[in-house]
Design a protein around this ligand. Structure first.
Ligand code: BGC
Length: 743
């Protein structure tokens, strides 16, 4: 929503005042005090229950909503105490409860530009999924947590985990790929790293918010079994493995009900089945009712109080909403605050560790860039033997592109492609970070002749390439919240540019900056391809380290790259029949009232990503789980020990002489009676190996990942029968196979 680009600080203009009986508060009310609930040897639940008992109804209601955002809701005068993030909830100083200062923080803390602060941009979330490295994911969350605290926030709105059902979704870069086990495990690690910094974490957008087009109107139709085994399984793993504080319900409807008032999603699945202890907050403007939402399990409305303010109070007083239900909502918020330590260890601002952030961002990108092609060992480049390099591509002299929308981290110094001082972040306009591929490559080969061409004239770029030993083309495809991609093709004639450069120089390497899969009509003409994603604050150094062999790539694709859009489950993205909301200032009123639905039907069911291409026998450009290294690996000695959580042991050998890290992937085929796609990922592990070294590894497979969701029994069920375990380095290279009977 374009209006969201406005920060709260600049938008406190409306005089729409809700009279709250809470006094004007400092933004971070003093925490703690000598209250009995400050005894940290009590459980978070005990502590929360003690506070709830002391609260007035007004105080309770004040915790259940935000204080406004222009364009999405009225504004409260209390918003003056906002820290400048997307959401601010007033605290209760008399009880020692601090306010909640929420910031978007998908790949770094948002809004630093407007707030005059600095934030590190990590590689985009999908990049972190490509590392398949849960320790790296923990560090990803920890860095964001540290920078949130340093900037005065105590809640993150990151944690996007919607599966890549629709790769043209403009938010694909914010999510963690197409597989529920990979996405769920990775988000859980991010949240653990973040919450260890005493910041409230969040997982979003629950659920099935898989396209931006018509997101406030769309009704997603999907059968329960498919939902539970795919999109919802990612949330189930994330929630259960992280004790996350918040789950953000999404804008869309699911099977007829808005996600934020969907009893099945909220109360039955999230809270009852998964035993989620935290609170459900709406996406910004995602609330649509009082009684229905409250009874369905919605705990908190953002960014304002259209439903969960005066209206909720009236509903409680008239008995339409039971007081005990409100107590439950409040309890969940307080419990999360005690559990994550935001009350015991309140935020204190400090200076962001800029240099430390650069280092973390570089290391994560080095583990996240996927080497897709390397004909004839073209890479790594030997700095002593390359004398002339042509660096080609839009803006590759100054920067690398980043993902937009509410995830956007502001580049220090402004958009690198704009004159200094004129490059502030604007909604739906791409931002480039000042991490220059040209400079990083020049630094690797100080004695060589490294020339740049923007590619605006493909003929001129080809001439430069022809005269060089090697041509490196930096290509991009920008993504943002608020839009979907028109296609998976590179924009701005970049396919033509790459084809012409490749025709001029057989040693052409393409580095892709994208948030998800792109099509590559030139794939057979180039000798090397590196998928760098949106590479973050230190992207160009990380890419140069890989190109010149200082780092051996290890990442693997968390999404399939299809050959063409015609192969997708839905070759055409379903758009709303007409523009459903005008960009007028009162548009939020119509969104809150509910927009007429249009239908998207996921009749491919559980067949998301590789499960679709496998089942439909469609060849792909690059498969899920695929990625090359500068060394090679072999697999041997598979042994499966059946049991509650079967143990899978095998040996990985580095058959080359360079040290590296291999991501080993374990898939399973279920008995025929399960009627599932040919295989599903059930475990993975990253194995570090020196040249020639072998290691035996054992992974335990969670029984749930081998089960089907039985709708009649409303639970996971392991069907008795033969299970085939497949192990290897990509979903399409699985040399080890063993079948066992499981009961
Ligand atoms: C996005 C959320 C975001 C929120 C607050 C919404 O438009 O969908 O992901 O957290 O805005 O900025």
């Amino acid at each position: 929503m374009p209006l969201q680009a406005l920060s709260l600080r600049s938008s406190i203009s409306t005089l729409t005042v809700m009279i709250l009986s809470v006094a004007l508060l400092p933004s971070m009310a003093q925490s703690g005090g000598n209250h009995p609930w400050m005894n940290s040897s009590l459980s978070p639940d005990e502590r929360a229950a003690m506070v709830v008992k002391e609260m007035t109804l007004d105080e309770k209601i004040s915790l259940l909503h935000g204080t406004g955002m222009e364009g999405l809701s009225p504004m409260s005068p209390l918003a003056i105490h906002s820290n400048g993030g997307a959401g601010y909830v007033v605290g209760i100083p008399r009880l020692g409860i601090p306010g909640i200062q929420m910031s978007d923080a998908a790949y770094g803390v948002r809004n630093s530009g407007d707030n005059g602060r600095y934030s590190t941009a990590l590689p985009s979330d999908i990049a972190s999924a490509a590392s398949w490295d849960t320790e790296a994911a923990y560090q990803y969350g920890a860095l964001i947590g540290r920078e949130l605290r340093a900037q005065g926030y105590n809640m993150s709105l990151g944690g996007g985990i919607n599966l890549t059902r629709e790769p043209r979704n403009g938010r694909t870069f914010e999510y963690l790929g197409e597989d529920p086990v990979l996405a769920g495990k990775m988000v859980a690690s991010v949240v653990k790293g973040l919450q260890a910094q005493h910041v409230l974490g969040d997982i979003k957008h629950y659920a099935l918010n898989d396209q931006e087009s018509g997101r406030n109107a769309v009704n997603v139709n999907i059968d329960k079994r498919s939902a539970r085994e795919s999109d919802l399984l990612a949330f189930e793993i994330g929630v259960q493995e992280s004790d996350v504080a918040g789950v953000m319900c999404s804008y869309n409807r699911v099977n007829g009900d808005y996600a934020c008032e969907n009893k099945y999603l909220l109360n039955e699945v999230l809270k009852k089945d998964w035993n989620f202890k935290g609170f459900v907050l709406t996406d910004w403007g995602g609330a649509h009712s009082v009684e229905k939402a409250s009874a369905a399990g919605l705990d908190h409305e953002e960014p304002g109080w259209i439903f969960y303010g005066e209206e909720l109070k009236k509903a409680v007083e008239s008995g339409k909403v039971p007081a005990a239900e409100v107590d439950q909502h409040v309890h969940r918020i307080l419990r999360a605050m005690f559990a994550t330590g935001v009350i015991d260890d309140p935020v204190r601002r400090s200076v962001v560790d800029v240099v430390g952030g650069f280092e973390v961002a570089r290391k994560i990108e080095e583990q996240s860039a996927v080497l897709l092609k390397n004909d004839g060992g073209q890479l790594p480049l030997d700095a002593t033997k390359v004398h002339t390099i042509a660096v080609i591509g839009p803006h590759a002299d100054v920067g690398m592109i980043s993902g937009g929308g509410s995830a956007q981290v502001d580049p220090p110094g402004g958009n690198a492609i704009m004159p200094p001082g004129q490059g502030q972040t604007r909604w739906l306009e791409p931002n480039w970070f000042p991490t220059s591929p040209l400079k990083s490559i020049r630094a690797k080969v100080p004695g060589a002749n490294v020339q740049f061409d923007s590619g605006a004239d493909a003929g001129a770029a080809a001439s430069l390439a022809k005269a060089a030993d090697v041509a490196i083309v930096f290509a991009y495809q920008w993504e943002s919240e608020g839009m979907d991609l028109p296609s998976l093709s590179l924009p701005e004639h970049q396919d033509d540019l790459i084809a012409k450069v490749a025709a001029a120089n057989p040693h052409t390497i393409v580095v892709i900056e994208s948030g998800g899969p792109v099509t590559m009509p030139w794939v057979d003409q180039v000798s090397g391809i590196l998928e760098a994603w949106f590479a973050g604050s230190s992207g160009s150094d990380a890419v140069a380290n890989i190109l010149f062999g200082d780092v051996n790539p290890s990442a693997k694709l968390p999404v399939t790259f299809p050959k063409s859009e015609a192969d997708l489950p839905h070759p055409t993205l379903v758009k709303p029949p007409k523009v459903t909301v005008d960009a007028d200032r009162e548009g939020w009123k119509r969104i809150a009232a509910g927009l007429p639905a249009f239908q998207v039907t996921y009749d491919e069911g559980v067949k998301v990503g590789y499960k679709w291409y496998d089942a439909e026998k469609k060849p792909v450009l690059f498969p899920f789980g695929y990625g090359l290294s500068y060394t090679t690996y072999s697999y041997s000695g598979l042994k499966v020990t059946p049991g509650k959580n079967p143990q899978v042991s095998f040996t990985v050998t580095n058959t080359g002489n360079r040290a590296g890290a291999e991501i080993a992937e374990v898939y399973a085929s279920l008995p025929a009676a399960a009627a599932e796609p040919p295989k599903r990922l059930v475990a993975f592990t990253k194995v570090k190996l020196n040249g020639g070294e072998s290691k035996e590894v054992t992974v335990a497979v969670d029984q749930k990942f081998l089960s089907i969701f039985n709708v009649e029994k409303d639970g996971w069920q392991l069907l008795p029968g033969e299970y085939t375990f497949l192990v290897g380095g990509s979903s399409q290279s699985l040399p080890l196979k063993e079948s066992v009977d499981l009961k």
